[in-house]
Every structure is written in C-alpha cells, then in structure tokens.
Design a protein around this ligand. Structure first.
Ligand code: NAP
Length: 330
C-alpha cells in the first residue's frame, strides 16, 4: 500500500524531474510534401505497415487549399471545398498511422544511406523518400490577382472552367497550356480572349492552328493585363497594348492565368536528375535516378496536374516504395 501511495505522490508532483521525450527522427519512408500525392502516398505506405513521416511544408494541403469548390474529384456527388478535401486526406493518412510534421524540408542528402531530409532544426532519416513537393502556377503579380483568386481568377481551366458558363473569359499566356486551356474553355464561354505579350505564340503549331480555327477565340497580341476589377467577384479586366500603350476595359467573369508553373525542386538541384524546366525526370514509373528516391505528382508531371492524377501518382509511388523496400535487405 505504502509503495502505491508513494507512486501516486511522484506522479502528481509538479517538480518531479521530467525526462524530455526524444523526438523520433528515423522512419522507413519520408514523404516531402502534403498535397494529394503526398497524403495518398502516406495512406498507402502506412497501411502497408511502413513507419511513415510526411513533412508537410509551407502550405499543408498544397494548391487545393487555395481552391474553392472541387467538382471533379470522384466520390463527392455535390463537390467538396478544396481545403476540406485536403483536411480529410490528412486525417485519413494520420488514421493509417502516418506521422505528419508541419515543418519545411530545407535540404536533403541523397548521397549516403540512410537518406537524409533536413529541416531548420531536425535531421530525419529514411530508407526511402517520396518527393511530392508539387509545383506552383506562375502569377502575373497584379494587385487584384490574390484578392480575386477563386472568385474569377484561376490557374486551372479543367478545374474551374465549368463555373464560367456563358461568360466572357480571358486567358493569359502563349504556350501549350494557354492554348489548351483557351480551347477547352470555349466549351463554356461565350468568347475566350487570349492575351499574349508578343505577336507570336510559343505553343506547338498544331495547337496554334486548332486555336486559330476556333471562332470563339479572340487574340489580343502584344498585350498584357494591367488591372483586375470587381466587387465580391471579378467583373472586369484592363488590357494594355504594349505597342500602342492603349488600355481597354473588358467585362469578363473569369481570368485564367496560364503562364507556366514552377516545380518546387530547388533543394534537389545536384541531388537528383531534373529536366531543363526543373521538373524531376523519372527513370521508370515513379523511380528517380537515385536509388530509394521516388517522385509523385506535379513535381514531375507537367501534363495532367489534377488532384486525382496527383493522388494516383502518390499511390503508385507508395507501391513502388513497397516493392523497393521488400526486395532490399535492411
Ligand atoms: P510555357 O511553355 O513556359 O509558356 C508560358 C507562356 O506564358 C509563354 O507564352 C510566355 O510568353 C508567357 N508568359 C510567361 N510569363 C509571363 C508573364 N509574366 N506575363 C505574361 N505572359 C507570360 O508554359 P506552359 O504553356 O505551361 O507549358 C509548359 C510545358 O508543358 C511546355 O513544355 C509545354 O509544351 C508542355 N505542355 C504540353 C501540353 C500538351 O502537349 N498538350 C499541354 C500543356 C503544356 P513568351 O512566349 O513571351 O515567353
């Protein structure tokens, strides 16, 4: 009895010496990034029994956190808000056992084993790493751009085009993405105004021809957007002709910015193979040129860039990791 009482006293004393809990830093799999690809990879890796860490980065949830309604992610009859979808994916991954730390991976060392991922204060070790850091759409840098993001301004026609039925739409850019988006948006818009800063498109000839043959696409050459106007929603866009300096105001419900993406691969330069645009190049399926390092989502995919394809790549990377770790002796 006395012994028990003593233990109770020790447990409740405020000044009892506390042994700091040692932070866990060794994992089977480290996933860098917490968009649809990172969370899906987390779900699959944890469910397969691997001790898995997600370092979620600056913006847990990725690009979908800046989106409003998502209508094209399967499983949600009435759509779902982007941030809600990402919260659910995060919880699902945690329920499977994934450790999620909201910290930013600042550096990696893939030259030694185990693989290392470093934040400002910690060094994590993993037997395998999945890079799911995504890509960010390039911005115009205009004042109203952020204010009207999700309220007229969009960076993804496939995602948001159907919200702009029977409205005038502006598309900025002259590459394949801009032409593809402009062409896609003619399904919904009354007219699509393609605004390009030069008088020659960068897009491939076949895509150019397709756009030029489309009666709904109006070209505004040598032009840039100088202002985005509106109230609760975007209502107007001001264009400036760079040759004449003349500004014109256009009523429009949507402004799609398609001036390229920047993959989040700065810390991987010199560590893994990247293409000329900075995207990760894959050797086979989701495998990079470095043993044990895999990539999933927009960080290597410049073509599809959808939440559902990113999630699918996350699943594929996790399955590839499972195969790799199963075949590799500890
Ligand atoms: P991109 O080829 O880099 O084109 C970006 C476009 O935006 C260029 O026309 C550029 O103008 C313009 N631009 C850049 N910064 C600007 C700014 N601040 N203000 C106004 N305009 C600006 O990017 P992308 O179209 O996203 O394509 C990326 C890659 O994916 C390419 O290799 C492309 O071929 C590929 N892709 C392929 C397909 C397909 O095959 N179906 C579809 C989409 C993308 P300038 O021309 O004056 O530099």
């Amino acid at each position: 009895m006395a012994g028990d009482a003593g233990a109770a006293v020790l447990e409740t004393r405020d000044d009892a010496p506390k042994v700091p809990e040692k932070k866990k830093t060794k994992f089977d799999v480290i996933i860098i990034g917490a968009g649809p690809s990172g969370y899906t990879a987390g779900i699959y890796c944890s469910r397969a029994g691997y001790d898995t860490l997600i370092l979620s980065g600056i913006l847990p949830g990725g690009q979908l956190v800046n989106t409003t309604e998502v209508e094209n992610y399967p499983g949600f009859e009435n759509g779902i808000m982007g941030p809600d979808l990402m919260i659910d994916m995060r919880k699902q991954s945690q329920r499977m056992g994934t450790t999620i730390i909201d910290d930013v991976a600042a550096d990696v060392d893939f030259r030694r084993r185990p693989l290392k991922v470093l934040t400002a204060s910690e060094e994590y070790e993993g037997r395998a790493v999945i890079i799911a850091t995504g890509a960010n759409p390039r911005k115009l840098g205009l004042e109203g751009e952020e204010k009207f993001a999700g309220r007229g301004v969009s960076y993804c026609a496939t995602c948001d085009g159907p919200f702009f039925r029977d409205q005038e739409i502006i598309v900025v850019g002259g590459g394949d993405s801009a032409i593809e988006e402009a062409t896609f948006l003619t399904k919904f818009a009354t007219n699509v105004h393609l605004v390009h800063r030069r008088e020659e498109l960068r897009a491939s000839k076949i895509m150019q021809k397709r756009a030029q043959d489309n009666e709904k696409i109006v070209f505004h050459w040598n032009s840039i957007v100088t202002e985005i106007k509106g109230d609760q929603k975007m209502r107007q866009v001001v264009l400036k002709n760079l040759k004449t300096d003349v500004e014109t105001t256009h009523n429009a419900g949507g402004l799609f910015v398609a001036i390229g993406h920047t993959p989040n691969t700065q810390m991987f330069h010199g560590q893994i193979d990247l293409d000329g645009d900075g995207y990760i190049t894959l050797e086979e399926r989701t495998r990079t040129n470095v043993e044990g390092v895999f990539a999933a989502g927009d960080v290597h995919d410049k073509r599809y860039r959808q939440a559902v394809t990113a999630a699918a790549f996350g699943c594929m990377a996790a399955i590839d990791v499972d195969k790799y770790l199963t075949e590799k002796p500890q």
